[in-house]
Design a protein around this ligand. Structure first.
Ligand code: ZN
Length: 324
């Protein structure tokens, strides 16, 4: 029996596209795909997703005939192919959107001249389950890639302006010849376990009562296992021995890969790093079950299913994790 791959269950998981890498440096193939009436796109502007209001709810997927009405894109990247045609990621120029009222959050912005569309925060769309899983995967891929282009206009070797190349999967510097490739920043996120208990913490910015697995950026020259041990020791004072990989999740805020692990504690005393965490403590299985059921006596809750922390916690609770 085939064991389901746990990463496939996470939000923003790769939607299984054929990424069409062979077409990236073939200009004629790219133009054919782009002109094809079966092609489609997801569209972003100022890092927000453009969604259409339809009778069946919001849609982030634009068939060719509908995206053409949005006006010219500032950047175009080839995401891949999942059905009949190729799917592109388009970035509209910033002035395509109405400005928000001063001090307002950047969400729900009207698209000029298109009352049937609205620009929404990708996190709100994902957390609210407002578009399909496939659309969330495509939006995540497009947001990471287009956001990288927006933040890397200049060559990091010589400082000259660089240009988009390889259908969006490279930037080229005409001045010094350097090639730059889109980056993904690895983050370790780990459920530390000790027998029947697991270690959870909360950051001040979390929704009230929510506890989650601890996480942190992997540093240059560090293995995944050592990053897990360092982060846990820094944030909680708990020492960790064996570490086992469980699942991963692309997290396009702006361009991370969450590497989910189960880690075995070798000490249990908790010393909280108050610069990172508001609280951190051990939870037993019955508490975790109550958090998922929504009836924890202290009102504590688990992260939403879109987050890999939800999968790590639920898989451990239900016995689907390998012992590290
Ligand atoms: Zn250069």
């Amino acid at each position: 029996m085939q064991v389901p791959e746990r990463s496939a269950l996470t939000g923003f998981s790769d939607s299984g596209l054929d990424r069409l890498a062979s077409a990236r440096d073939d200009e004629a193939a790219f133009e054919r795909l782009f002109a094809d009436s079966a092609s489609s796109a997801v569209v972003l502007c100022r890092d927000l997703a453009i969604v259409r209001r339809t009778s069946a709810g919001l849609r982030a997927f634009f068939p060719k005939n509908l995206w053409e009405g949005l006006g010219p894109a500032e950047e175009t990247v080839l995401l891949g192919r999942s059905g009949a045609g190729a799917t592109f990621g388009l970035a509209l120029p910033a002035d395509a959107l109405e400005d928000p009222p001063p001090g307002d959050v950047l969400d729900h912005l009207p698209l000029k001249g298109r009352p049937d569309c609205v620009a929404m925060n990708v996190r709100s769309l994902a957390l609210g389950g407002l578009v399909t899983r496939e659309e969330i995967g495509l939006l995540g891929q497009a947001k990471s890639l287009l956001g990288w282009h927006a933040r890397h206009r200049f060559c990091s070797v010589c400082g000259a302006g660089s240009r988009i190349a390889s259908a969006g999967w490279r930037r080229a510097c005409a001045s010094c010849g350097a090639a730059h490739f889109p980056r993904t920043d690895p983050v370790v996120i780990m459920l530390v376990v000790a027998g029947e208990r697991c270690l959870l913490g909360r950051q001040p910015r979390f929704p009230k009562g929510m506890y989650s697995a601890l996480a942190g950026f992997l540093e240059p020259g560090e293995t995944i296992e050592n990053a897990v041990r360092r982060e846990i020791l820094e944030e909680s004072g708990v020492k960790v021995g064996a570490v086992a990989y469980h699942a991963s999740q692309p997290w396009p805020f702006p361009s991370s890969l969450m590497i989910g692990c189960i880690a075995q504690a070798t000490s249990e005393a908790v010393t909280i790093d108050k610069t990172e965490l508001e609280d951190c403590r051990w939870f037993d299985r019955s508490e975790l079950a109550a958090m998922f059921a929504g009836d924890h006596p202290s009102g504590f809750t688990a992260p939403q299913p879109i987050a890999i922390a939800h999968l790590l916690m639920r898989d451990w609770l239900e016995g689907r994790t390998l012992a590290p």
